[in-house]
Write a protein that binds this ligand. Structure first.
Ligand code: ADP
Length: 507
């Protein structure tokens, strides 16, 4: 089975969130299941720098209708190569005027969307479709697997370009439904997208073009990254305005839980923490805590219950609840370490709260891979109070590091953390703390329960040991994706929205 995996981030080359971790681990796991996977990515500078190019570039015709043909962009090229660090086979979509610029992959240096994002990511979908239909004479995929809104047009272009002819199957995976790629209607023509599909059953969303909705309507199969989130997004509360579409396509939608790359996240072999440890030699965890306290200027108190967090600080992640509980947390002898960046208001509120407790609470703003590992190793409890969470990865890393996750019981958090209650403690299945109502008081109660359990060291060690033994293996996920690929390649196009059967579109 040949799979073209289409995404925008790849750990360790370019990462803004979990999408990058998945992009690195899932293709490798699929390969171990016998798939042949190539990853298609925009040639952002950070990605290109980590790839060894092999062979000649393939020229692609310019995308879309006459407007784009006249645009000042040279025709894009596809470069084949391998990630230097891992050997993963990749295609780089080389269009320097679109992808080689300072700032982030989606936002400019001042945090605003790049104004040409519609064109930048439509090109990704379009290139994927071209490869899907044989642009590389040496390699044609059986399945095109597109990830998140950035790749949402791939299934549409695939159908438009294939017309009534044969085509690969398509899978669209939602990593976060809240980011949808919505653009004004006048983006259609430059992208070569027909007005005829600008309907409620196509890619129209309240008078705008939605890349996310395009992926949801035109892919043969839909997945998201946990079973619970797959259910939640079919409800008005969590459907981000697309729950109706998802209910209509419920038979094609499944939740496949993400895994952990235990070659990167393993306390026994983590070069980013000074003191390796594991379930049978936990002294290193106490040393990691002391090192973290020292590094960040916290009081060196072995008995302090250290709460850590590594997160984007967006509305989704729930950190606006934290300042209100900090006084209580510190009064009970706890400490708080937050690493993250994002919403200026949330950052300011956390900073203001942390400044009230010098030596007991600290906020580090920024993105820091090494510090992320040190926090996950050196904390006792990892806070993940997300309002919603498609899967969440940090709680899974925390479990492996003997750091008890304290989470809001939604999405993948609910699927992966078992609350410490009398029955689950008795039964040995408890792995952390879960709160259900999304407000400060519920968070506070969960914190109190963490302090209470910490007073009972044997119980605490039992929960910790159980969490460290759990495994969220990518092979389990890869097997589920392979089974899905088999199903859709048997009958591509059986269940998705389709463009009018007819002649191939000329692009
Ligand atoms: P999301 O993708 O919604 O941001 P996930 O929990 O799925 O959330 O994945 C987040 C990933 O990004 C994890 O690997 C986490 O360790 C990492 N991460 C988030 N913020 C930071 C940060 N400030 N510094 C380092 N790593 C971070």
């Amino acid at each position: 089975m040949k799979v073209l995996y289409v995404c925008t981030e790849l750990y360790p080359l370019l990462k803004t969130g979990g999408l990058a971790d998945v992009g690195a681990a899932l293709p490798a796991a699929l390969q171990a299941e016998g798939c042949e996977v190539r990853v298609l990515l925009p040639a952002f500078a950070a990605i290109a720098a980590g790839v060894r190019i092999e062979g000649d570039a393939m020229a692609l015709p310019a995308m879309g209708g006459p407007e784009v043909a006249r645009a000042p962009h040279p025709a894009p090229k596809i470069l084949s190569g391998r990630v230097r660090a891992t050997g993963q086979a990749v295609y780089l979509l080389d269009a320097p005027t679109l992808y080689q610029r300072p700032g982030g992959p989606y936002l400019d240096a001042s945090g605003r969307d790049w104004p040409d994002n519609a064109e930048r990511f439509a090109l990704l979908g379009w290139a994927a479709a071209r490869i899907g239909l044989g642009a590389d004479p040496r390699w044609q995929p059986d399945v095109l697997h597109a990830h998140d809104w950035h790749a949402g047009l791939a299934p549409v272009y695939l159908q438009l370009l294939a017309g009534a002819g044969p085509r690969p199957g398509s899978v669209f995976t939602i990593h976060n439904l809240a980011y949808q790629g919505i653009f004004p209607r006048d983006a259609l023509a430059p992208l070569g997208l027909p007005e005829s599909l600008f309907t409620i059953d196509g890619y129209e969303y309240h008078g705008h073009l939605s890349f996310m909705k395009a992926g949801l309507q035109f892919a043969d199969a839909l997945t998201t990254v946990s079973p619970r989130y797959a259910q939640e997004i079919t409800t008005p509360e969590q459907g981000c305005g697309l729950d109706g579409v998802l209910r209509q396509r419920a038979e094609q939608l499944s939740g496949i839980l993400n895994g952990v790359d235990y070659t990167v996240w393993n306390p026994a072999r983590d070069p980013l923490i000074g003191t390796p440890y594991d379930i049978d030699r936990m002294a290193g965890k106490a040393a990691a805590k002391q090192a973290l306290q020292g590094l960040l200027g916290l009081e060196l108190r072995p008995d302090a219950l250290v709460f850590g967090a590594v997160s984007r600080l967006s509305e989704q992640k729930g950190f606006h609840l934290v300042p209100a509980v900090l006084d209580d947390l510190v009064a009970r002898g706890g400490q708080l370490v937050v690493l993250g960046s994002g919403d200026a208001g949330i950052e300011a509120a956390l900073r203001e709260a942390a400044n009230r407790h010098p030596g007991q609470a600290v906020l580090r703003v920024g993105y820091d891979e090494a510090l992320a590992h040190r926090i996950i190793a050196g904390s006792d409890v990892l806070l993940v109070p997300s309002r919603f969470e498609p899967c969440g990865l940090t709680q899974l890393y925390a479990l492996r590091y003997g750091t008890l996750p304290l989470v809001h019981g939604v999405g993948g958090l609910a699927d992966t953390v078992v609350d410490s209650m009398p029955e689950t403690l008795e039964h040995g299945s408890a792995s952390g703390f879960v709160f259900h109502a999304f407000h400060t008081e519920a968070l506070r109660q969960a914190l109190h329960r963490a302090f209470a359990l910490h007073q009972r060291p044997a119980r605490w060690a039992g929960v910790q040991g159980h969490g460290m033994q759990l495994r969220f293996d990518w092979q389990v996920a890869a097997k589920a994706y392979c089974a899905l690929y088999q199903r859709i390649t048997a009958t591509p196009g059986a269940a998705c929205a389709s463009v009018e059967p007819g002649p191939r579109q000329s692009f």
